[in-house]
Design a protein around this ligand. Structure first.
Ligand SMILES: [Zn+2]
Length: 150
């Protein structure tokens, strides 16, 4: 369990990555909310984290134990991937963090693959608002109406 002052940085890291490609989209905001819920983050901490990121030149800062840092990295990769791609800018942003916490490139790739699978499962579980069908694993569009989830 992270102390509130460390939690600010944990969250700031996720927000920073989520904002790397511009403004956070609805999906990124929803997953940030999930992180807040899981980590029991209150409004005050969230506000502080947003303020920390808003300061010029905020650099991702590893906090807590190794397991906290890895979980933080997983959360960052999740918000980075949720907009559909892992951009070069996002990769660069995370690179410094990865080096500081001493995980290997191979471990990052493993986490990336797992995160992609998690996202696929999440997308598959979502029903289409129009036709009500669910997305089969790996599918890019709903079977009935042929529209992509979005
Ligand atoms: Zn549909």
């Amino acid at each position: 369990m992270l102390t509130p002052d460390l939690l600010v940085y944990y969250l700031a890291n996720v927000i920073k990555v989520a904002q790397t490609d511009g403004k956070m989209n609805a999906k990124a905001q929803a997953s940030l909310k999930e992180v807040c819920k899981r980590m029991a983050v209150d409004k005050k901490i969230l506000k502080e984290a947003a303020g920390t990121v808003a300061r010029d030149g905020y650099v991702l800062m590893p906090v807590g134990r190794f397991s906290d840092k890895v979980m933080n990295l997983e959360d960052m990769l999740f918000v980075a991937l949720i907009d559909g791609s892992f951009s070069e800018a996002e990769r660069e942003e995370i690179q410094g963090f990865v080096e500081k916490i001493h995980v290997t490139e191979q471990q990052v790739e493993t986490i990336l693959t797992e995160t992609k699978m998690k996202l696929d499962i999440q997308m598959a579980a979502a029903e289409c608002g129009q036709c009500g069908t669910t997305l089969p694993p790996g599918a890019r569009e709903y079977p009935a109406c042929k529209t992509p989830p979005g």
